[in-house]
Design a binder for this molecule. Structure first.
Ligand SMILES: [Zn+2]
Length: 240
């Protein structure tokens, strides 16, 4: 295992990370696999002043917990390259996306934990399988489940609109189509995925199924007006 210098089975595809040493030891009957690796790449320009006078300047060790593999525990001792700009004298480390800045548990380990949580495995069960503590498991789940803000009752008729926000990307906004000025939510982008997740994560199937119509493009006033007429006609028909 891992003889071919590939980290892919552990979910690491960053080609700037190269294994330098691999060791395994047994601690209290648990197999611990420790991968030592180097993270380095060429830097042409200083990210602060754009000078080309960038030199390598030692390394910094990052200990990170990887996802389990074959029911065994894996950790990584990663030597991150440090760089120095001889122009502005700023220093920085090589970056990788295997772990969030300042965190120990890798993204892949967190994904494994969340996957198991969705499958209904208990925190202690997940902790045993992933070789981490139950409190880590609970913290990972808490991090992932941010408090979802929602309106108390999803209106039957929604207005969807978009607007150009400060960073000049298109944001998404929705509100009640029937007069209330309350904004349902503003989302940072108008991607279908974002909008879908917004509603899926906050409202039950039943609530979403109760939505009767969606008016798109609030700027087109005519649509709203026509929509309201359709509403009135609809109500009149129901009453008669
Ligand atoms: Zn610089």
């Amino acid at each position: 295992m891992l003889m071919d210098n590939t980290l892919e089975p552990l979910g690491i595809t960053d080609s700037n990370i190269k294994i330098t040493r691999f060791s395994a030891e047994s601690v209290n009957g648990e197999n611990r696999n420790v991968i030592e690796a180097r993270l380095t790449y060429n830097v042409d320009r200083c990210p602060y002043c754009e000078s080309a006078k960038v030199v390598r300047n030692g390394s910094k060790i990052l200990h990170t917990r990887l996802t389990e593999l074959h029911q065994e525990r894996f950790e990584m001792k990663l030597y991150k390259q440090r760089y120095l700009c001889k122009e502005c004298l700023k220093t920085w480390s090589a970056r990788t996306d295997i772990v969030e800045e300042g965190h120990t548990l890798s993204h892949q380990l967190k994904r494994s934990v969340l996957h198991m949580a969705r499958e209904g495995i208990t925190a202690t069960g997940i902790a045993r399988i992933c070789h981490c503590s139950p409190s880590s498991v609970i913290r990972i789940i808490d991090e992932a489940v941010e408090l979802k803000s929602r309106v108390a009752r999803l209106p039957e008729n929604l207005c969807f609109d978009e607007f150009r926000s400060v960073n000049s990307t298109m944001s998404f906004i929705w509100c009640d189509a029937e007069g209330s000025d309350d904004v349902g939510a503003i989302l940072e982008n108008r991607l279908t995925k974002t909008i879908r997740e917004h509603f899926m994560n906050r409202y039950t199937n039943r609530e979403r199924a109760a939505v009767k119509s969606v008016v798109v493009d609030l700027n087109a006033r005519i649509i709203i007006d026509r929509f309201h007429i359709v509403q009135l006609v609809g109500r009149a028909l129901i009453r008669s």
